[in-house]
Ligand binder design. Structure first.
Ligand SMILES: *Cc1c(COP(=O)(O)O)cnc(C)c1O
Length: 388
């Protein structure tokens, strides 16, 4: 039995997968079991932020695995304390909660928002506004939060208390932000929703109305955070800091982590016994996260991410098949004129380039460390397919 047959016999078929077995990777390229090299413009959906197996990341992770792999959250470890300090200082937040995924980070933010409101105002103020076309995760609660009907099947009953507002529709926001609402949750750039940035005016209105009504802002930066957009947080580009920000995907360079960052206002909502996670704050993941932060915080790194993003955008816009390019930094959505995104991804796979889709667009989330050489190599394949 080959790897694919064996896998499919023993693993539930909940994903549509390509017929490709990955074996190893170095830098910006992955190698398949049959020895073919792939330039990676997807980085494991934005998780391998430093590319494959970069030396500093491997040293940090392996060093920690040899020292101490896990304790439990009954004890303290220095690597967690160091990582938490570095992350809070980098992101500009007071404190944080450790989980293992984006969905868990969002669950934490939702729990904090509801408890903040309950502690202060009592019952009846539990609703959370989320946006149409958003994506917040696959657990029952975060699916309920997700503003896309395609996700609201089979698993009834869903978690109550989510109200959807159309992105960039200020009237809709004003109409629904009543005294039953404790938080507004949003992605600055909707990732799974098709790399769709919010408009500055809409973001400003969210923060204005929320400040007036003591309603919390929750920025889901699971995809946009940790340098992806050319700033540490996408909120930095909008000149805004949400009360709660969630991070996950790229935070530990490709190993499981998810955090919920809190500003001063929400920093003492969770008290002993109100939330937890066995693996949350795993020391190996914290060590990986520290390697990512060291890199992202190094002199000029984020400017380079922005510059590489602009370079890719300019090249793509010269391609006749490209209708528009959305996103910021190295989070890029490509709207095509005639070709189907799924067909482009398949054709690219044949030619040794890994791409993603987001709705009808081709989506690029290359490693933040990608070199211009590899960008050119990947773009040559991509534009060749688009022009073909
Ligand atoms: C990927 C993603 C999530 C879910 O993260 P998981 O780690 O898969 O649970 C949540 N929100 C956004 C914006 C995401 O892109």
């Amino acid at each position: 039995m080959n790897t694919i047959e064996q896998f499919n016999q023993y693993v539930m078929p909940s994903y549509g997968r390509y017929d490709l077995v990955m074996e190893s990777g170095t830098g910006e390229a992955a190698m398949s079991e049959d020895g073919k090299r792939y330039i990676d413009f997807g980085s494991g959906i934005g998780t391998n932020s430093l590319g494959y197996c970069s030396e500093e990341w491997v040293d940090a992770v392996c060093g920690q695995a040899r020292r101490l792999q896990h304790t439990s959250n009954y004890y303290y470890t220095k690597v967690q304390a160091d990582f938490a300090k570095a992350l809070c200082e980098t992101a500009g937040y007071t404190n944080m909660f450790f989980g293992n995924s984006g969905a868990e980070a969002n669950e934490c933010a939702i729990k904090i928002a509801r408890k903040y409101s309950f502690d202060k105002y009592g019952k009846g103020r539990h609703n959370i506004i989320t946006l149409v076309n958003s994506f917040h995760g696959r657990t029952l609660c975060t699916l309920s939060a997700t503003g896309q009907d395609v996700f609201h099947n089979y698993f009834f009953p869903f978690v109550e208390g989510f109200v959807n507002v159309e992105a960039n529709n200020i009237d809709d926001l004003r109409a629904k932000l009543d005294d039953t609402v404790c938080a507004v949750m949003f992605e600055y750039i909707q990732g799974e929703g098709g790399v769709m940035p919010l408009e500055q005016g809409f973001v400003d209105e969210i923060f204005k109305l929320c400040a007036e009504k003591d309603v919390l802002t929750i920025a889901d930066e699971v995809q946009t955070g940790v340098g992806r957009t050319g700033k540490f947080l996408a909120g930095d580009s909008f000149g805004r800091k949400a009360d709660l920000t969630t991070l996950a995907k790229g935070l530990a360079g490709g190993i499981p982590i998810g955090v919920c960052l809190a500003g001063e206002k929400c920093s003492r909502v969770l008290t002993a016994g109100t939330h937890g996670s066995t693996f949350g704050g795993n020391p190996i993941c914290c060590a990986g996260g520290m390697a990512v932060l060291n890199k992202v915080n190094s002199e000029g790194f984020l400017d380079e991410v922005a510059a590489k993003g602009n370079y890719i955008r300019e090249k793509l816009l010269k391609c006749g098949e490209v209708n528009s390019v959305s996103g910021m930094g190295l989070m890029i959505g490509i709207e095509l004129k005639t070709k189907k995104a799924g067909d482009v991804v398949k054709a690219a796979l044949d030619k040794g380039l890994l791409l993603l889709t987001a709705k009808t667009k081709v989506r690029l989330l290359p490693p933040l460390t990608i070199s211009y050489e590899e960008i050119d190599e990947g773009l040559e394949i991509l534009t060749g397919i688009l022009n073909g």
